[in-house]
Design a protein around this ligand. Structure first.
Ligand code: MTE
Ligand code: MO
Length: 478
């Protein structure tokens, strides 16, 4: 075998993104990947890792942790890190610039599941309003928050024939008719915790009821932009475009079917405002896609490029993570291509609050009067939401663990848009004497879709689209 070349850490650092030859460390081994960078499927995001260790990035981009990727890297091996720069057999020192340095500070009321990347759900006492304020809107980031500036940011649209057109934020604001909708975003993993508790451990973040929020969004129609870029939106069958791929600045990507993108009643938007304010950094500043009625994973933040293609996005978030399989399947035996990517979502509902209303206080009595009651009562509140713009027509609540049901009161909202893109808030008040040990909720949408009772019957190993009846003990134990 050839004698091993030993490389000092300092020398690796000199082969960063501005150097002619670009190196990375994997474990304690060094690779010169200069000639491979152009072929990287994730594009130039790989430049974050040059001049340092790639391992922290691969722990985020888990799609790399497989043999054929290791084999590619192996071709570029140039030597080992000098043992003088190892501590306990590992690369010493801060070998990676923290990719999360630009992440904003977050509202302390958000319930953080992870900080890097930020995954934080809306606490239940902030889920009680029709519009969720920007500060407490749930955050679901797969990576870091990219540092972007609306003065320099551009959006590129690529047509099936390869032609491209570029837009500045100023172009988007001045050339196109702005519009606003209210729309709920819900993560595919919302309520995963309940699937884990109600059936078996499902992998992923253990979201409770708060990976969902509702806002008013303002921006321009994706349909109008595609049309301006030269795409025949009214006769798109003539083109080789079945999917609209969205590419974000930090390398996230996803796609939606062309039918949704060009539907004049589909309200797909490039949004630059959220609740009347510029998009906050966590929610896509300066520009995000908003695909109302679809799982939130398709509403790509920090959008940089749109590609019309015959194929779906190649990202792991399109081709792997956001799919559901039968209860028997496991990560080991699943054929990822055998199920479609989640787009429109099924009917959902959850309880966000259970409160006693006591007759003994003046306020209590007053509020009981509103419900025509003159005795101690229990007030249950929550949300109900369905995908595809299907309106919620009914919410059934049980005060006795699902034996008997009554209809909750659906609260008025103020929804904007061609379809019912927003959740419905509901409330339900019962005399305390009839309240049993458990409240249960289930909702029905305008297509008469309803939620399944059993978590086991709905189980999928990734814990996506958990919609089985939400049950909460009374009095609350946690
Ligand atoms: N877009 C980018 N660029 N990066 C991301 O990590 N996460 C997606 C989607 N768009 C994501 C993204 C997922 S899975 C969800 S649930 C929503 O953004 C969350 O949007 P929010 O953080 O504004 O609530
Ligand atoms: Mo998500």
């Amino acid at each position: 075998a050839e004698p091993k070349r030993l490389i000092r850490l300092d020398e690796v650092r000199q082969h960063g993104k501005d150097a002619e030859r670009k190196w990375v460390i994997k474990g304690t081994r060094v690779f010169d990947i200069t000639d491979w960078i152009a072929a990287h499927p994730g594009g130039p995001v790989i430049l974050h890792a040059v001049g340092c260790s790639i391992d922290p990035y691969w722990n985020i981009f888990t799609i790399h942790q497989k043999q054929d990727v290791y084999d590619v890297l192996e071709e570029y091996f140039i030597g080992d890190i000098d043992p003088r720069d190892l501590v306990d057999g590992k690369v010493a020192g801060r070998d990676v610039e923290d990719p999360f340095v630009n992440d904003p500070t977050r509202d302390t009321r958000l319930m953080q599941h992870t900080q890097k990347p930020c995954n934080a759900e809306t606490p239940t006492d902030c889920l009680d309003s029709y519009i969720t304020p920007n500060q407490t809107f749930y955050v679901r980031n797969h990576l870091w928050v990219p540092e972007l500036d609306e003065k320099t940011h551009t959006l590129t649209v690529e047509l099936p024939d390869g032609t491209e057109k570029e837009y500045t934020l100023h172009d988007l604001r001045s050339k196109f008719q702005p519009f606003s909708i209210t729309a709920t975003l819900q993560c595919s993993g919302n309520r995963r915790k309940h699937m884990t508790a109600g059936a078996r451990p499902a992998t992923g973040l253990q979201w409770d009821v708060g990976a969902i929020s509702n806002a008013q969004w303002t921006g321009v129609r994706l349909r109008d932009i595609l049309c301006d870029a030269g795409f025949p939106v009214n006769d798109c069958d003539s083109e080789h475009a079945k999917h609209v791929q969205f590419v974000a600045a930090e390398a996230y990507g996803a796609s939606i079917p062309i039918e949704k993108a060009v539907d004049p009643r589909g309200d797909v938007m490039l949004a630059y405002e959220m609740n009347g304010k510029p998009l906050p950094p966590d929610h896509g500043y300066p520009l995000r896609v908003l695909v109302p009625g679809h799982t939130a994973a398709r509403s790509v933040k920090w959008i940089e490029k749109i590609v019309l293609s015959e194929e779906e996005s190649h990202s792991q978030w399109q081709r792997r993570d956001y799919k559901c399989f039968g209860p028997n399947k496991t990560a080991k035996d699943v054929d990822w291509s055998s199920a479609p990517a989640i787009q429109e979502t099924p009917v959902q509902s959850a309880i966000t609050s259970i409160k006693d209303i006591s007759r003994s206080s003046w306020q209590g009595r007053r509020s009981l009067q509103k419900y025509g009651l003159d005795e101690d009562a229990v007030k249950v509140e929550g949300y109900a939401f369905s995908g595809g713009g299907r309106e919620i027509i009914r919410v059934d609540v049980s005060a006795d663990g699902g034996k008997s049901w009554e209809q909750a009161l659906l609260l008025p909202g103020g929804s904007k848009g061609h379809k019912a893109w927003s959740w419905k808030r509901w409330e339900f008040v019962v005399p305390k004497r009839v309240a049993g040990k458990q409240f249960v909720v289930k909702a029905v949408d305008e297509s008469y879709n309803s939620q399944p009772e059993s978590y086991e019957a709905q189980f999928n190993f990734r814990g996506n689209l958990t919609t089985a009846w939400h049950k909460v003990e009374y009095p609350r134990t946690s």
